[in-house]
Write a protein that binds this ligand. Structure first.
Ligand code: R1P
Ligand code: URA
Length: 296
């Protein structure tokens, strides 16, 4: 249920200026954001900030932690899973952050390349994989639609790749295009018998269409797409969004292996400072927290 009265149906903000789903307002979110899916991952990574100055858990499951790292503000935001959550996150963050906005996603994925569990894949670009309802309802077309890749921000990606390579070793870092599926199951080519998914040839089709297809997950294309269209919006008089994405391989889809809880925790711990270092190197100026932020 809404926790505060909203002032508009078109752009729901509370009287205090808090967004409807994430429930943050100007001054509480930094221009440098690390976003993850899992709130425990967010807490673990945020524990590597030098100082935490704001924490809020929203009624829709978004967790925002803002702090200082090497003197600059960084927010860590856990968004849960899937395209819609990424859409809420990017749009509502844009509503409350003035000026340039750099977003790094640090997520988990299934690898469909040589990378194995515990390795990291840097998204050079991301493409969407969507269930084609016309096929299932009317027998029209292919069961899955594959959209053209959208590029990550090159500069931000370069620094994220360098910092993570220094942290985990270049031999554990791979670069490629990431498939952003609308399901963990059907549209990621997981074969089962409970549903008619018609996805037996999907991984081969993806690899044929995109030679550098490396990983499958559920948010990166929406992030890159919104960053891209933020530059085309009408009446935008502020710098656009820049986005990058690095993914821990949890599921090795070729070798059929899954990461252990201990290894995933270790990787998150190793990566936290690397991603923060990338965010502050990429935007070294004192952008960020709004002076009017009473709760910060
Ligand atoms: C599925 O298990 C989830 O893991 C991946 C997928 O994109 C999806 O959200 O990312 P996160 O680990 O960041 O949630
Ligand atoms: N996240 C995904 O979306 N897919 C995987 O296989 C592993 C993590």
């Amino acid at each position: 249920m809404p926790t505060e009265q909203m002032t508009s149906a078109n752009k729901p903000l509370s009287i205090e200026g808090r967004t409807y789903h994430i429930e943050t307002r100007s001054g509480e979110v930094s221009n440098r954001i690390l976003t993850v899916g899992d709130p425990k991952r967010a807490q673990k990574m945020a524990s590597y900030l030098d100082k935490i100055i704001f924490t809020h858990s929203s009624h829709r499951g978004f967790l925002t932690i803002t702090g200082l790292y090497k003197g600059l503000p960084i927010s860590v935001v856990a968004i849960g899973m899937g395209l819609s959550m990424m859409d809420f996150f990017v749009r509502e963050s844009r509503m409350v952050v003035e000026g340039p906005l750099s977003i790094v996603r640090f997520g988990s994925c299934g690898s469909i390349c040589q990378a194995t569990s515990g390795d990291i894949i840097i998204a050079k670009s991301a493409f969407a994989i969507g269930r084609n309802y016309a096929f299932f309802e009317e027998g029209k077309g292919e069961p899955y639609l594959l959209w053209k890749p959208v590029e990550a921000d090159k500069d931000l990606t370069r620094v994220v790749q360098r910092k993570l390579s220094e942290a985990v070793g270049t031999e554990h870092v791979f670069v490629g295009s990431v498939g952003n599926a609308d399901s963990f199951y059907g549209s990621q080519g997981r074969i089962g018998t409970d549903f008619y998914d018609c996805n037996e040839g999907l991984l081969d089709r993806i690899r044929e269409k995109y030679e550098d297809a490396s990983a499958l997950e559920m948010e990166s294309h929406m992030l890159f797409h919104l960053a891209q269209v933020s530059t085309r919006a009408k009446n935008v008089d502020r710098p656009s969004i820049r986005a990058a994405c690095a993914l821990m391989v949890f599921a090795d889809r070729t070798g059929n292996k899954f990461i252990s809880p201990e290894d995933s925790e270790r990787l998150v711990e190793i990566a936290a400072r690397a991603v923060f270092d990338a965010l502050v190197e990429d935007m070294p100026t004192q952008e960020g927290l709004h002076p009017a932020a009473g709760s910060v």
